[in-house]
Design a protein around this ligand. Structure first.
Ligand SMILES: *Cc1c(COP(=O)(O)O)cnc(C)c1O
Length: 366
């Protein structure tokens, strides 16, 4: 069994993907080919925003967003304490200071009730992460941002396709990012990412920043990076985007089935009201995680821990974290979370086998 069966997915769309790759090779338009512009239109349409800017990775999407928002050294940026490192690390890389806020036990995302206490005169913005495929609680987050004049970035690397009160991930904030890393809900065959915004000036600026700040060929208005997506990746993504809604539906069915089977055995992830979770991960909470993981591994069931160490405790942030503050929910999650196999082509039999093996492992452990 695979944690995320990319080979099965390739086989399912093989003839179309092969033709798309061959088409790019035949055109020799490896950089900024027409597939990139077409993908950007389709992504914007899918996310319900005016502009999508494809780029080299989810990490570069975050960096470019911070550059476009004119972040300055010493600015403070509110970030969730429990997440993948990229959003907080790009803030730190850009010489801003990530200020960590504990997460909510409901959706595992930044807890809106704990944000205001961390705002200072130096605070410039909030980076939220929509973890495991579910949007953060954007209504209260955006209300706080408005009150204090802050911008909001949604790091939607795990939530492309998710919905919050009728609006899609990517369309909920001033700027939003996603990743097309192969294991993300919509993945390419290497690195790739995108940025979403309704602000036209921001979109023009982001396109410039991703090409060395170049306005016209060899005429540079500002300092930028090489942050483009490959045409090959754009062509592959265009094929996969056609099947994405169907894959989301399969992930949802899988999550509901897991929940039915595992109810009462482990603490289950939930879909908050008004939200569509795209289930990038199906992550349960349990006490004796390591023994259970080993039992599952014996039956060739791969699992993952997203994430074992909270961000304020990462050595990389030693210069950013000033106090020994408590992040109780984040700590609890880091100790107990376990992600089970889930992907867009998983079968009912696979779900049942994982659930049954997990229940047996828990019983043996009692
Ligand atoms: C994967 C991920 C990223 C980084 O994306 P890359 O394309 O690998 O650079 C950023 N944030 C979150 C929450 C992620 O899961």
């Amino acid at each position: 069994m695979q944690f995320n069966d990319l080979n099965k997915q390739y086989k399912a769309y093989q003839s179309e993907i092969d033709a798309a790759i061959q088409g790019v090779i035949d055109s020799s338009s490896f950089i900024n080919g027409q597939e990139v512009q077409l993908l950007e239109k389709e992504l914007a349409n899918f996310a319900g925003v005016e502009h999508a800017i494809a780029c080299s990775s989810g990490t570069d999407a975050l960096l470019l967003s911070l550059m476009a928002l004119n972040v300055q050294p010493g600015d403070e940026i509110i970030c969730p304490a429990f997440s993948f490192i990229a959003s907080a690390s790009m803030a730190s890389f850009y010489k801003a200071r990530p200020v960590f806020v504990d997460v909510s036990p409901i959706d595992f995302n930044i807890d809106p009730a704990k944000i205001e206490a961390k705002i200072t005169p130096r605070t410039k913005g909030i980076i939220t992460v929509s973890l495991y495929g579910q949007c953060a609680d954007f209504d209260p987050i955006n209300a706080i941002a408005k009150k204090y004049g802050l911008w909001v970035i949604e790091d939607g690397a795990q939530s492309f396709g998710a919905i919050y009160n009728g609006k899609r991930s990517g369309s909920l904030t001033d700027v939003a990012t996603t990743s097309f890393f192969p294991a993300k809900p919509l993945g390419c065959y290497g690195d790739g990412g995108a940025i979403f915004t309704n602000n036209e000036d921001m979109a023009i600026n982001l396109k410039m920043l991703r090409s060395h700040g170049q306005e016209k060929r060899y005429i540079h208005k500002q300092i930028g990076i090489n942050g483009r997506i490959d045409t090959l990746q754009a062509a592959i993504l265009r094929v996969k985007l056609n099947y994405f809604e169907r894959e989301i539906a399969t992930r949802q069915k899988a999550a509901y089935r897991y929940s039915q089977l595992l109810k009462g055995h482990v603490l289950l992830p939930e879909e908050a009201e008004g939200r569509r979770n795209v289930w990038a991960q199906f992550t349960v909470m349990l006490e004796n995680r390591n023994q259970v993981r080993e039992k599952l591994a014996e039956k060739n069931i791969p699992t993952a821990v997203h994430y074992p160490v909270i961000l304020p405790k990462q050595e990389a942030f030693r210069d950013d974290v000033l106090t020994d503050e408590k992040y109780e929910v984040a700590e609890l999650l880091a100790e107990t979370v376990l992600s089970l196999p889930i992907h867009g082509l998983i079968t009912n039999e696979e779900i049942e086998f994982v659930a049954q093996t997990l229940i047996e492992a828990l019983q043996e452990n009692q």
